[in-house]
Design a protein around this ligand. Structure first.
Ligand SMILES: [Zn+2]
Length: 148
């Protein structure tokens, strides 16, 4: 399995010193800059985005005050994620990575965070991440997972 870069820079300005990171579902890369060549269906991990301290302030304001995500300004080249290898894709031709399961898991976690938004123990970072995930999945028209 290809492991994404470990020295992930700020996905907004590209500088190496980062302050905060969030994880978003693979499908969210389609909302990002330069996502054209990436087949999000082949991403087998959550997508990690890092932000430098300055940009993190903007991202936090955007999410918490305006209920919006910064993804359209994030460069996918600066994101970190695991892609399945070509030979894995060939071997498992009929077996796509289960994005629905991953999205449901991230969304469930986000919901829990948003529900405890008033709890003083809830971290701002977690709230920002939860908001970004919620807004992005909504924008992508991902249906709510139904319990079965
Ligand atoms: Zn930055």
């Amino acid at each position: 399995m290809f492991t994404g870069r470990t020295d992930t820079p700020c996905c907004l300005c590209g500088q190496a010193n980062t302050d905060s990171r969030i994880e978003v579902p693979p499908r969210a890369v389609t909302l990002m800059e330069n996502s054209g060549p990436i087949a999000w269906q082949d991403i087998v991990s959550p997508v990690t985005l890092q932000f430098c301290a300055d940009d993190w302030e903007l991202v936090a304001d955007l999410a918490l005050e305006m209920g919006h995500h910064p993804l359209s300004r994030c460069n996918v080249a600066y994101a970190s994620f695991d892609l399945r290898e070509d030979f894995e894709a060939l071997l498992n031709e009929t077996k796509e990575p289960n994005q629905t399961e991953l999205e449901a898991r991230l969304r469930e976690r986000s919901r829990e965070v948003l529900e405890s938004a008033d709890d003083p123990m809830t971290e701002t970072r977690d709230l920002v991440e939860a908001t970004v995930i919620e807004v992005a999945l909504e924008e992508l028209g991902v249906a709510e997972a139904t319990a079965d």
